[in-house]
Ligand binder design. Sequence first.
Ligand code: S3P
Length: 440
Amino acid sequence: MSWPARELPGGIMPHKDIVIRPAKNIMGAVRLPGDKSISHRYAMLGALAEGTTRLRNFSTGADCASTLGALESLGIAIRRGEQGAVEIEGSPWRAPHAGLDCGNSGSTMRMLSGILAGQPFTSELTGDESLSRRPMARVIEPLTKMGARIESAAGGRPPLRITGHALQAIDYRLPVASAQVKTAILFANLFAHGTTAVEEPMRTRDHGELALQAFGAELARSGNRVTMAGGQKLHAIEAAIPGDISSAAFFLCAAALFPGSNLLLDSVLMNPTRAALLDVLIGMGCRISVVNLEEHYGELVGSVAVEGLELREGTIADALSAALIDELPVLAAIAPYTTGGIEIRDARELRVKESDRIAAVAANLRAMGATVEEHEDGLRVPCNQQLQGAEVDSVGDHRIAMAFAVAALRATGDTLIRGASAAQISYPEFFTMLEKLAER
Ligand code: S3P
């Protein structure tokens, strides 16, 4: 089956579909907008810090715009300039006049909850349909233990109504590995008495810890445990945000699909808690080198050169699944083209992301003609399967839309991606850039 190629929109419109044509190769260089996880954290801490925080290469995604919008509703002055320049005036937060709209962004809702738990007013956090289904008990429980009052819809779902309070430090072991929850607790601790300790069952991204240190807070890390004195004051910073490695992942995997591809990703985040995809792709046969490594406020940044070679098998389980949580959909989407298949386990968290990503990946791979084994906590995708162009559905999830745009590049025939514009949640420029890099 095939569809006529449609012109790519300059600015992607809500709910727009896109047709992806097969490609021969991926060639060229890309510079990515700022990392989403770091953009959220720097914006929130900038809004609390003394002075003006000046950021460059701030994420262009709708999720980080939700964070900036919520901060403005809390009385924070924000100026937006060219090329991701954002200036944030730190000042005391004011009670919002209306609900704070977190859009599709779990990071906004969970991490902001931490700070709102310590403010002397009540605020309400709302989200879109997808966010309204996502579990919030994981932040409600520790923040309530610290002294906040939080009401939610049934089953600990949004909206959240948070009545802030002078908080008490806690010693807390996270039941689920979640960097958002760890960060929410550490941010709440800025308004707590005593010393807070957070222990995670396995290592998750550490941008919360590094951002707090960047803004002048002190904390100690030992294994998977972070300890931090409460009530610390922050000061403003000036920083360029490294390119988003989770967005880069789609191009890395696209290049990996074609022996002979040559791709350069400039100034990408290389934080070891985020860069596991490089090791996995190298293990599967891809040739990757990282040059010009630098460190900015504790975050490693480098340029990545990728050469596609034949892809072998991959197994992702245990701590690696947690480290690769945002990259698993695209890895699964390219799995049919490997010579050994890919198995993903211990990734139950994928079921409670922006969509049930295990179900969405399985349904779309099947729509393209692949055999897939679906498990409660992952997927097994057998090797050497040629995908066919088909109609697939983003189910409104940005990473599903982009993962299947990548899978479609090596399919026979065109693929129609329903709701492709969901990509704007993290990477609005994605389809335009993919068109530039794909040789046909
Ligand atoms: C994020 C943590 C992860 C990740 C999300 C961003 C963060 O979520 O999936 O895209 O910035 O801390 P969890 O904390 O729910 O694992």
